[in-house]
Design a protein around this ligand. Structure first.
Ligand SMILES: Nc1ncnc2c1ncn2[C@@H]1O[C@H](COP(=O)(O)OP(=O)(O)OP(=O)(O)O)[C@@H](O)[C@H]1O
Ligand SMILES: [Mg+2]
Length: 456
């Protein structure tokens, strides 16, 4: 389901456009001016924007430029009551997808949205493909564990066999999956990722296998599923242990026979897909305790690959630090990595890195951007590691709550918890929502309510 943002100051347009797009099954966000729209884009993954050229404050063309520079893949449809050819041409030149005149022709609104959303999805797939190729040589690390992974990837990438990648949060499972794809004969074909944990149970089947028009409320058109999109390429089933047993049964059949039906359809669809799966759960225990089908486990786990946590390969810390620092100050040849004092380095080697490489990456980012010292002291390092610190602040905050009304205290607690979980999950909305046991849309609501800053 695509997500649409309407930036228009006229309530009538907001209502009409919002209603018709919601009826078409889109999720709709509304902003009354450009700045609010740009702010929304930061927290909401939007696919298509409807943008009025005549806006109070920051003008539509400026907003268009800002969107295209920060979110080049988002499609923008310009709306105007004072359509002049010049504005239209200018907007299209700046990258707008199309142009609508007021009063709105609702039929055209629907077609344009559909086409723009499709284009955006295609772009995103291509971008994922390019990113996958770009990342090929970017697995940093020279310790035994890393070398072992390169070896296994080297030996098995070309073979088309199914691989299951195990490892804690943020250890680099996805990176490894992309590496396997890039070294395989499928490297020029799509690499399609599905995060099984982020999709609500009732939608997973349609997400994986697609659906026919009218298969259920909201299925306004036939839609291809991930298995179909990944045809001739690689399908990455991320967080595979988070699928329901019901979904597992369907996946088992698709994996065994490479054949399935779209939801609400009868045609047998045949595909050729290489499957790589990943999970941070102890999958054998999931099998033993009956939460994961053993037959599916054996199907998927032809070649197992374990990515070690950072605390088991601390010798990689210096090169990883250097690498992340350099990638942040790209283009600046004089950039030397922040030096850490001996005590600071000792702290970093002793720190357990529960968020693994992702946490290290975020830490280096914070230090690079915020610290002026040429040599980072232990105290500064401790401060920017943040975790231990933020945990302390939650404990001492208990006293703070003493004088508050229940609602106020609850809000403050909720805000802090959301902030902390977001940080722990690298500001990944799907993962954080899962960790908190809420839907992503619910989490978005809280982020907005508490103006939580998303650092990425
Ligand atoms: N060996 C490595 N060298 C350089 N960067 C790495 C390495 N491993 C991971 N990263 C980076 O760390 C971040 C987290 O990696 P990735 O998303 O692959 O982890 P993951 O195991 O899939 O995490 P999660 O369990 O949270 O999904 C990414 O930005 C990735 O590029
Ligand atoms: Mg991952």
């Amino acid at each position: 389901m695509s997500r649409i943002l309407i930036i228009d100051d006229e309530p009538a347009i907001q209502d009409v456009l919002g209603d018709i797009l919601r009826d078409e099954g889109y999720e709709v966000f509304i902003a009354g001016d450009g700045l609010e729209g740009l702010r929304l884009l930061k927290t909401e993954p939007v696919d298509v924007v409807f943008l009025d050229v005549w806006l109070p404050g920051k003008g539509g063309i400026d907003v268009l430029e800002a969107i295209k520079s920060d979110w080049p893949d988002v499609e923008v449809v310009i709306i105007s009551g004072h359509a002049t050819v010049e504005t239209a041409v200018r907007a299209i030149k700046l990258g707008a997808y199309d142009y609508l005149e007021k009063p709105l022709d609702l039929g055209r609104v629907v077609t344009i949205t559909r086409n723009a959303a499709r284009l955006e999805a295609l772009r995103r797939e291509n971008a994922a493909l390019r990113q996958g190729q770009f990342l090929e040589d970017d697995m940093i690390g020279d310790t035994e564990g890393m070398r072992r992974i390169r070896e296994i990837v080297g030996q098995s990438a070309a073979s088309d066999s199914r691989m299951m990648i195990l490892g804690e949060n943020g250890t680099g499972k996805e990176l490894v999956a992309r590496m396997i794809h890039n070294r395989s004969r499928r490297s020029t074909r799509p690499f399609v990722e599905v995060n099984c944990a982020a999709i609500p149970d009732n939608l997973i089947e349609s997400e994986l296998f697609g659906h026919e028009k009218g298969a259920f409320t909201g299925a306004v058109a036939r839609r291809r599923g991930k298995f179909e999109i990944a045809d001739t390429g690689t399908l990455f089933l991320d967080e595979v242990a988070d699928m329901t047993l019901e979904a597992q049964a369907k996946v088992l059949r698709a994996v065994q026979e490479m054949t399935f039906e779209r939801v609400g359809g009868e045609d047998q669809i045949h595909v050729d897909v290489r499957i790589i799966s990943a999970t941070n759960k102890d999958i054998r225990r999931e099998v033993e305790e009956g939460r994961f089908r053993e037959d599916l486990y054996f199907r998927l786990n032809v070649i197992p690959l374990s990515v070690p946590p950072l605390r088991e390969r601390r010798d990689d810390l210096p090169i990883l630090i250097d690498y992340f620092h350099k990638s942040l100050v790209k283009g600046d040849n004089d950039a030397s990595p922040p030096g850490f004092s001996a005590e600071a380095m000792k702290l970093l080697t002793e720190y357990p890195w529960p968020g693994n490489i992702r946490e290290l990456k975020n830490f280096i980012e914070r230090v690079t951007i915020l610290v002026d010292e040429t040599v980072v002291t232990e105290e500064t390092a401790r401060y920017y590691l943040g975790k231990a610190g933020s945990r302390l602040s939650v404990v001492s905050a208990d006293r703070e709550y003493d004088t508050m009304k229940l609602g106020e205290a609850r809000d403050l607690f909720e805000k802090r918890l959301v902030e902390r979980r977001l940080e722990e999950n690298g500001f990944n909305i799907a993962k954080t929502a899962q960790a908190l046991g809420v839907y992503p849309s619910n989490l978005h609501g809280k982020i907005k309510k508490y103006s939580v800053e998303i650092r990425k």
